[in-house]
Design a protein around this ligand. Sequence first.
Ligand SMILES: Nc1ncnc2c1ncn2[C@@H]1O[C@H](COP(=O)(O)OP(=O)(O)O)[C@@H](O)[C@H]1O
Ligand SMILES: [Mg+2]
Length: 154
Amino acid sequence: MTLTFELDSLEDTAAFARKLQPLLKRGDVICLSGDLGSGKTTFVQALGQALGIQEDIDSPSFVMLKEYHSGRLPLYHLDLYRIREPHELMDLGLFDIIENGVTAIEWPQIAEQLFPYQTLSLHFEYDGESRKLKVQGEEEYLVILKEYIQNKEI
Ligand SMILES: Nc1ncnc2c1ncn2[C@@H]1O[C@H](COP(=O)(O)OP(=O)(O)O)[C@@H](O)[C@H]1O
Ligand SMILES: [Mg+2]
C-alpha cells in the first residue's frame, strides 16, 4: 500500500508530522527520499516540534548526524548525502543509536544496503507547483495514516 498526501503548505507538513508522532516508538527508522528542495528537512523539523523538541533542527548535511534529546523520544537526524562507502556509516555508530529513539535519514540509499529495515519510507515530490508525499511502510502505521487522509477529505 502506498498513501499519497498533498502537502500544499508548511501547515500540511506539520499536520502530517503531528499525526505520525504519537505512533512512533524507539527503534523506528524513517527514510526520506526526494530531490533537493522537496521538503525532507522541513518534515524532520515538523516531526521534532511534534515530539516536543525544544532545540532548532537544521540540516545535518555537514555533520551527517544530529541528535535531539528534549522531546518525547530522542530524534536522530541523518543526512547521508556525502557518504560514499558503507564503512563510513559504521563510523557514525548508526546501529547503536537506532534502538534508542526515532531515526530520520535523508539520502538513505547507502544505508539501505546495510540494513534494509525501515519502519516508514517517505518520498517527497515537488514539481515547482504542488508537493506530494508518498508513504510506504509498516501496515499498522499506514492504516492510521490512511484514516487521517480520509477524514481530511470529508
Ligand atoms: N509543505 C510545504 N509547503 C510549502 N513549502 C515547503 C513545504 N515543505 C518544504 N517547503 C519549503 O521548501 C524549501 C526546501 O525544503 P527542505 O525541507 O529544505 O527540502 P530538502 O530537505 O528536501 O532539500 C524550504 O524553503 C521549505 O520551507
Ligand atoms: Mg534537506
